[in-house]
Ligand binder design. Sequence first.
Ligand code: FAD
Ligand code: SF4
Ligand code: SF4
Ligand code: SF4
Ligand code: SF4
Length: 416
Amino acid sequence: MVAKGEMVYAWTTNADLAKKAECGGAVSALLKFALESKTVDAVLAVKKGVDVYDAVPVIITDPKDIDQTAGSLHCGTLLMSKLIKKYLNGAWGKKLAVTVKGCDAMGMYELAKRQQIDLDNIIMIGVNCGGTVSPVLARKMIREKFDVDPEIVHKEEIDKGQFIIEYEGGHKGISIDELEEAGFGRRSNCRRCKMKIPRQADLACGNWGIIGDKAGKATFVEVCSEKGAKLLSAAVKAGAVATEQANPKGIEIRAKVEGAMFKLGDKWRKHDFTALGEGKERLTKIVKETSRCIKCYACIENCPICYCVECSTKKPYLVAPGELPVNFMFHMIRFAHISDSCVNCGQCEENCPMEIPNALFMHSQQVEMEKMFNHVPGVSMELPVLGFAEEPTERERLANTGSDQIFDNVFNPGKN
Ligand code: FAD
Ligand code: SF4
Ligand code: SF4
Ligand code: SF4
Ligand code: SF4
């Protein structure tokens, strides 16, 4: 039996799966076991499409097919949470197991607190995440920095701070720091990300902290919930997964790496936000950059916080239809509705055809909102700032006091 809070080394007992898996194969073995034991009706995971730059989300109901999803795809910049809302009816009425990175898990919480997905029906198998590389930039990086034709690369991995590729006739690794100095490497939102070990998931799995004879052969699993403990215990009992206590030195190393990643995230936040400037300067930059917008709605379609049936940006009295450049009100609406809850997943930037750094803009606002209201999105079921305010009460208070400080009564009760 494993209990919530425990940290173990875990590995699959299936030799074929072990060969395909990233390290210990515990994630794939757990997903397979969840299907076999009928704990869930389906699994949502990611498999390699036509090449290493093509990460494809896939729904699996036959346990035999889980093998296709083993391994990590570092160019897999997709977001699992919005897929559950859009294509799987929010998991209402169906039990689902899903592999989640930090941003996926954060998106899950934001959707769940808005009642758009049913977390009770979802088992989240978290994977630690150092970052993902945009597929388009990855190809360019491999051609220009590695001097290798991206078409011949059949494997990529991130290990000990290096991006490593394997191709016909050899392999090469270059440090991520060097790549990022040259404008390549991880997506900019990933550089700023501080959700490295997704403890909101039921289990948080990774390779940090695996040392000794299990190095490269086991998955480090932190048990984050009773649901996670139950699944892992049952999988061990059924012989699908084997475990041993995590090496205390390994636990220490993992904590140190996580701490170093936090510092790196802070460094990039400072770098990116300082470059944006403050106040009027920041606003001017945002207005200028967003003037390229062609109102394709990809940012809204892919954002885990945007789910409204009637989107305000489509109201002709707010944003005039058929007008280019798009009125800045389009972007103002998104800032007003989302910035308190943005999880910095990068989808609005990744999918923007006009290469507008939308995630940077929204994340910079979110960080300010967090300072003002202490609300941290994506980590708990706590309601966002807007969720606290009862509109009629708030309007009445503003009218009675002449105040223009919205939400003051929530965060400074008794002030007015
Ligand atoms: P496997 O049994 O091989 O299963 C891997 C699972 O990950 C599968 O379910 C697969 O569908 C899913 N997956 C693959 N790519 C993606 C993706 N892009 N998005 C969502 N799910 C995906 N661990 C660390 O300790 N430190 C890190 O810095 C780190 N960075 C990572 C970055 C990325 C992009 C990913 C996907 C994983 C990262 N991991 C990291 C986790 C690690 O690579 C393994 O996934 C984890 O140790 C589980 O190993 P396993 O052998 O049990 O997984
Ligand atoms: Fe990983 Fe964070 Fe980037 Fe998501 S935002 S892919 S969790 S580094
Ligand atoms: Fe505009 Fe880009 Fe959003 Fe499309 S994705 S609506 S171009 S900001
Ligand atoms: Fe993700 Fe962009 Fe939405 Fe923020 S605004 S949650 S970065 S899609
Ligand atoms: Fe809803 Fe606002 Fe997003 Fe439109 S922009 S979907 S109204 S949150």
